[in-house]
Design a protein around this ligand. Structure first.
Ligand SMILES: [Zn+2]
Length: 284
């Protein structure tokens, strides 16, 4: 992040902070309007946030641990639907479908897609979905120089933070490939690596019926399904998939919810997968 961006962030946070701080003092000021001097005092105090208050506001925009799980996947049949390579304009339609079914998903986004789709990314965050890092421009991370790998991940973290106010705690390595260097960098950056257990191959076939068939055939409690929100054929498959799995009693959760919010940075999930090939998930 450049110094200018830092300055802008500080300013934006200060403005947001001041806006929040003015609501209560304004009410107080009105209540004690007859005692004008007191009211003015409140306003003066409110306009000068202490250093501690500013620090607290700054911390609020920094990485934070995954929110506590809303669904207990030891009790419920849970499945994590994940969508890669967005956001794109068509992601908005997918968000509408997920909302209509009360479903949460995880979006592994490309940093380069964020600037032109900030509102969609914000929607993903505010509607309860999880956002993960999928590199800046879909570079292959294995065998790349350390600085290049760090740059791909850091630029994407920053773009997501800028747009949503939160920093991801999960990433999906491109092509599912990791190596020792990536494991170390992911650990340092507080990112757990999320693979998948049900591969829809939707990027290859681009066929709504095939995507539906593969998801329904592979769905089991604790599984992670990979799809791509950049494929309209996959978005079109979602209403049917969600209807069918809802009838089977599934709860559609984020990857952090699937693991009860206990993902370890640097580790690969599911933990039993040595390679990104599909395999049976252990009972959750
Ligand atoms: Zn991808």
């Amino acid at each position: 992040m450049t110094n200018d961006e830092n300055d802008k962030n500080d300013k934006d946070e200060k403005i947001g902070f001041l806006q929040r701080r003015w609501v209560l003092p304004a009410a107080l000021g009105a209540a004690v309007l007859v005692g004008g001097v007191v009211g003015a005092g409140v306003f003066l105090l409110a306009g000068s946030p202490s250093h501690e208050d500013r620090s607290a506001a700054h911390r609020a925009a920094k990485p934070r641990p995954a929110a506590p799980a809303k669904v207990d996947c030891h009790v419920r049949k849970c499945i994590a639907l994940t969508f890669d390579d967005g956001p794109v304009t068509g992601t908005a339609k997918l968000l509408d479908i997920l909302k209509a079914h009360g479903a949460h998903a995880t979006f592994f986004v490309l940093g380069q897609q964020v600037a032109n789709n900030q509102d969609i990314l914000k929607r993903e965050a505010t509607e309860g979905h999880q956002i993960g890092n999928h590199t800046f421009d879909h570079a292959k991370l294995t065998g790349a120089p350390k600085a290049k790998v760090e740059d791909e991940l850091i630029r994407t973290q920053e773009a997501i933070l800028q747009a949503t106010g939160t920093t991801p705690t999960v990433m999906r390595p491109t092509y599912g490939y990791s190596d020792k260097q990536l494991n170390g960098i992911a650990k340092e950056m507080g990112l757990a690596q999320i693979l998948w257990t049900v591969d829809t191959l939707d990027w290859k076939d681009r066929n709504t019926a095939l995507v539906t068939k593969r998801v329904l055939a592979g769905a089991k409690p604790g599984h992670i399904v990979i799809m791509h929100d950049i494929r309209p054929t996959s978005v079109a498959a979602m209403p049917g998939i969600l209807d069918a799995l809802t009838k089977q009693g599934y709860a559609f959760v984020t990857v952090s919810e699937l693991y009860g919010g206990t993902l370890v940075p640097g580790d690969r999930y599911p933990p039993f997968l040595g390679s990104p090939t599909a395999g049976p998930a252990p009972p959750m």
